[in-house]
Design a protein around this ligand. Sequence first.
Ligand SMILES: [Zn+2]
Ligand SMILES: [Zn+2]
Length: 379
Amino acid sequence: MSPSTTTKDTSTMEEKGEHINGFDPSAAPPFRIADIRAAIPKHCWVKNPWRSMSYVLRDVLVISALLAAAVYLDAWFFWPVYWVAQGTMFWALFVLGHDCGHGSFSDVAILNNVVGHFLHSAILVPYHGWRLSHKTHHQNHGNVDMDESWVPMPEKIYKDLGISTKLLRFTIPFPLFAYPMYLWHRSPGKTGSHFNPYSSLFSPQDRKHVMTSTACWIGMLAFLLYLSFVFGSAITFKLYGVPYLIFVVWLDLVTYLHHHGYERKLPWYRGKEWSYLRGGLTTVDRDYGVFNNIQHDIGTHVIHHLFPQIPHYHLVEATKAAKPVIGKYYREPQKSGPIPIHLIKILVSSLREDHYVSNSGDVVFYQRDPNMFSIRKSE
Ligand SMILES: [Zn+2]
Ligand SMILES: [Zn+2]
């Protein structure tokens, strides 16, 4: 491997995960992606639109029941329960829309797109805009220069960030509310909006799709404004606004933790060292306790990243079948109790440790800035 030598790397060898017990997780694996594919049972690749729709129905029923209970009870003790439960259900809807975006919901493109618009517009996500940038994320996972969302910043970009951006990016709870900002402005060092068909995120043939999704997003916003006008903004905020914020927290927590925070630092690649397989193997599975089922097994991220066409309801089985092939390259998730509180510790320590990567080098690891909030002369 060729870690960077141009900037001072403060990580120890152990932190970098180099050659512990003779295993280097950043080295090219001895197996091919075809070997993993072959180990996954055939039925795991089959998309069943009825089964997919049954999950939509399940989530819509739970959301309606929660809504009815909140309106009926309107009690101080129930509101916090409602907010957490409904925010989690919004997140569950997002995960089903994620399947639509990958085409793993069904083999019928129009069904995927209609259901995807319905699910994502309901939670103020521009379906095609996000679908396209998420595709970029999958196709470039683990690539410092090309990946999308929660990408490590090279030191030169990091050093130019203002204190307020560093605060928002690395201090809890701010990064947990990043998603709406990401939709509008992408990540630091990148430009483009998920709502703008002419954004650099999209190619010219995508413009019509992006326009449709932005129109649906505006329609949903108008609907919420109408509800605020008719029923009052306070009740609309209590019924929709707070669950929306909880959904954003889930989304940021889960998407961050799938690519950050493990006892041995995860490698990131550039240039010739990157490959679809090596990049995909840098992702991390997570155990979310009772939420695994509610959020449609989103924690099975490694196999999802490598094979996004597998429907969510086959990912647990596919992961089990693939593990003997992936061997040590599979990072076993820490077992969770019913509530995944262990993730908070992982998130906090990653945000303290993982600040930037070296400007050069084809295999790099996150480094820590010990003076993150000191005022520099140039600021
Ligand atoms: Zn991912
Ligand atoms: Zn995905």
